[in-house]
Design a protein around this ligand. Sequence first.
Ligand code: PEP
Ligand code: MN
Length: 338
Amino acid sequence: MLVVMQAGATQDQVNRVINAIVALQLTPHPLPGATRTAIGITGNTGAVDSRRLEVLDGVKECIRVTKPFKLASREMHPADTVISLPQGTIGSGHFTLIAGPCSVENEAQIEQTAEFLLANGVKYLRAGAFKPRTSPYSFQGMGLEGLEIFKRVRAKTGIGVVSELMDTEHAAAVEDAVDIIQIGARNMQNFSLLKRVGKTRKPVLLKRGLSATLEELLMAAEYIMAGGNYQVILCERGVRTFSDHSRNTLDLSVIPPAKNLCHLPIFVDPSHGTGKRNYVPPMALASLAAGADGLLIEVHPTPDQAASDGAQSLDFPSFQKLIDSLKALSKPLGKTIN
Ligand code: PEP
Ligand code: MN
């Protein structure tokens, strides 16, 4: 249910509606807008009796939200969500690049990559300190030592860091060390982890599960938002299909329906989506054309020596070339690259 306040409603009237929602043992989510405030309601298992709220001063109308994802739906929040961070705005006509190695390997690698990215106008670095690997014998990431590297490189260069949180145990440490918390594909339906990041106040980049439908992805976003963290970025990274010509099947067809149903920004990861570095640039350009809000791309100073995912990682000159192509394509699309 969405309670829409009249354009001139006072804060006092808004507060009285919030108190009435709490008295009904439901959870209010105030959604301030440019012209009017609305208050989303969650926590109900059945229909809410809207008459109890419609009679309150300042209330314009109560709208039933038909989708199972409430806070993530456009019905509840018609305007696009815009995420403002010191390193740059995400959403709202900005096309944001997040790039870097699959894993943190050492401090020099992260510092060198951060400097290269900043010199090329890219404000966010990705790298995993905790790595979800198919084999327990593969490199598992540097863990807490990797987080210390992020802290030092962030402080030194000002770059924004995006890194994966794999379990609730490390939530506080990852939140402290990064600017955007990544939830990986394998954990998209780890509901205790989703609830935990719902309690953080850092934006969350939520990757689509290996075989998740759009509705399941949006329900996973809903878990985070229901906890009070509304800063969620969706990320398409390819799904499992019968096709074996690429690592995964990058489902760019999910972008228009995601935009239609949901107000959150959506990124694309063409690196995990294709698994081969020569396929990354065409799918990156296609993502921009399809309406994505940004890209998550694996870039490594020496891809052939990477500890993980070297085959799908671009080297620095190839990434520079891709940035030029993205810039050229962004102009007719009316987007700015940041
Ligand atoms: C990653 O981004 O390094 C990663 C492990 O991605 P995914 O969860 O999409 O496999
Ligand atoms: Mn990877």
